[in-house]
Ligand binder design. Structure first.
Ligand SMILES: Cc1cc2nc3c(=O)[nH]c(=O)nc-3n(C[C@H](O)[C@H](O)[C@H](O)COP(=O)(O)O)c2cc1C
Length: 153
């Protein structure tokens, strides 16, 4: 089995809905060889990152940056996994009031250090999270899981 980790932070539920859509995609009945773990950022530990062979990170944009909860997860895990992760395939989803670019830039910058390798375009919901956004997150989850199974990433 391959291992896909989905870590998200959400205060008012929008990013959580995106995370749940990604989970639905990653656990689609066509996916048979990938185990998926969905965790709130506050509950995710270095061991979860070491378990993962693929990663989805979801955050709201707060004050032009990733949320404090997501930053805390990255702060808590970096030194614990340093040198033990070669290049973890990952992708990002963001819920933003009207932008999202600051959160995206911040995650990408930190991800280089782990290192994580971005393997899919990010999904950014600007404003209300629509069914289309949720569909894109579902597709993102399925693509990561299927890609891990197929050994593409
Ligand atoms: C403290 C705070 C700061 C925010 N700053 C931004 C921002 O800089 N840019 C933006 O586009 N949206 C901003 N927003 C809006 C959130 O990104 C948006 O409401 C998002 O959907 C919240 O996601 P959540 O429901 O998962 O918490 C901010 C919201 C809060 C609570």
């Amino acid at each position: 089995m391959k291992h896909l980790l989905i870590v998200y932070h959400s205060q008012s539920g929008n990013t959580q809905r995106m995370a749940e859509a990604a989970l639905a995609g990653a656990t689609n009945e066509l996916i048979t060889e990938t185990e998926v773990r969905l965790l709130r950022a506050a509950d995710a530990k270095p061991e979860d990152l070491l378990w993962a062979e693929g990663l989805l990170l979801g955050t709201p944009e707060n004050f032009g940056y990733m949320s404090g909860g997501m930053k805390d997860f990255l702060d808590r895990t970096f030194y614990q996994v340093e040198g033990q992760i070669l290049s973890l395939p990952y992708a990002i989803f963001i819920s933003a009031g009207n932008d999202g670019s600051g959160a995206l830039r911040a995650i990408r910058r930190i991800a280089n250090g782990y290192p994580f390798k971005e393997v899919q375009e990010p999904v950014i919901a600007q404003g209300e999270v629509t069914d289309e956004h949720l569909g894109s997150c579902e597709e993102l989850g399925m693509t990561l899981a299927a890609g891990l199974e197929a050994g593409i990433f």
